[in-house]
Design a protein around this ligand. Structure first.
Ligand SMILES: Cc1ncc(COP(=O)(O)O)c(C=O)c1O
Length: 357
């Protein structure tokens, strides 16, 4: 038998990304929007797709989409990099500024793809710890940045899976440190619209800061795979060199542009989800749970009387799926629930009460 070719060692030893897609009635495990985009959006996209020149490559620069996204933030298209989900944005950033001989810093627990994509791109992982309540520990940030001199420092605010939002002062302090060591700060704001402030306020032409966002959550468009980064034009032009030509297909560009015609609908959905998050947390407070305050569309909690894994299992048996973080480092026994519709959240709350009380 011929021998099988092996991937490079760091890939062979790697665990892939796992998020079970189980068929249940109530899916509260991947922080998606509980409602599809407005009907008028789907109709306009269907119409526009009818006019696609299928035999031609799409606009490689995604000019219209980037212009419209830029306008949303009072910036020009040259400050916008768009890709297939913010995961591709982060991967492109790592391929460009990371790689062999370079490090990326992150403060755990945080979004698993920051370390996963670093390893995939051959970037070494400089891992720091968060402090009590999963807040940033600025002393630890300084220690990691000064000793590891990372080319990229990742923050995630609101952080996944904890929901913790970094304060404007903490963001400023980390940015100053990053600037001092000659690195680049990437603030992953996949859930930015659910929080009360954003790192977007700190952007500047000579500031080594980029902010990534996604259409998957607030825009209710996880199926389309579209994310973007806002940053200085000199970063965007480096990223454009690295990403595959024509990576963003015509349909995605159309969907992303048309979505921006529905900004009011998106804003009112975000407001409704924030309100529903408050109701969910209030109801959860009556149960034997430790709960972390969240600035996102999900809530991290730890059952205090029954093992988290057992609670996850029993919720799944009741056709309610949440994210099982119970075996993740630093999150012993924790589960994460996405804010759903009030009816979905009631299913979750009733099931949880049945299990715990
Ligand atoms: C913090 C964070 N960043 C990025 C992403 C990736 O989003 P997408 O690739 O769908 O834009 C997610 C998805 O769950 C996330 O939680």
């Amino acid at each position: 038998m011929s021998s099988r070719p092996v991937p490079r060692e760091s890939i062979a030893l790697m665990d892939g990304y796992h998020s079970p897609q189980i068929d249940v009635e109530v899916r509260l495990n991947t922080n998606e929007s509980p409602e599809p985009p407005p009907r008028a959006f789907a109709a306009a996209v269907a119409d526009a797709i009818g006019d696609v020149a299928w035999h031609r490559y799409p606009d490689r620069a995604a000019t219209e989409l980037r212009t419209r996204i830029g306008a949303l933030h009072d910036l020009g298209p040259e400050q916008v990099f768009a890709a297939n989900g913010s995961n591709e944005v982060l991967q492109t950033l790592l391929l460009t500024y990371g790689g062999p001989g370079r490090a990326a810093a992150m403060f755990e627990p945080t979004y698993a793809l920051h370390s996963h994509l670093s390893r995939i791109t051959g970037t070494s992982v400089a891992e720091g710890e968060r402090g009590p309540g999963f807040a940033l520990d600025l002393g630890e940030v300084e220690r990691v940045l000064r000793t590891e001199q990372p080319a990229i420092t990742f923050l995630c605010s609101p952080n996944n899976p904890t929901g913790v939002v970094d304060s404007p002062d903490d963001l400023r302090t980390v940015l100053d440190l990053v600037e001092e060591i000659g690195g680049l700060l990437c603030v992953d704001e996949a859930y930015g619209q659910f929080a009360s402030h954003s790192a977007l306020d700190l952007l500047g032409d000579d500031t080594p800061l980029v902010v990534s966002r996604t259409y998957s959550k607030t825009w209710a468009m996880a199926a389309a795979r579209l994310g973007y980064l806002i940053g200085p034009a000199w970063v965007v032009s480096e990223l454009e060199k690295v990403v595959l030509p024509y990576h963003l297909d015509a349909m995605t560009q159309i969907a992303g542009t048309i979505a921006l015609d529905h900004l009011d609908a998106m804003n009112s959905r975000v407001a409704a989800l924030v309100e529903e998050r408050g109701r969910l947390v209030d109801r959860m407070a009556d149960l034997p749970l430790e709960i972390w305050p969240s600035g996102a569309n999900f809530v991290l909690f730890r059952p205090t009387t029954i093992e988290g894994r057992e609670v996850w299992q029993q919720l799944t048996e009741r056709s309610v799926l949440v994210r099982d973080c119970s075996s993740w480092p630093r999150l012993d026994g924790c589960l994460r629930v996405t804010v759903g519709t009030p009816a979905e959240d009631d299913r979750f709350l009733n099931a949880l009460r049945e299990i715990l009380v």
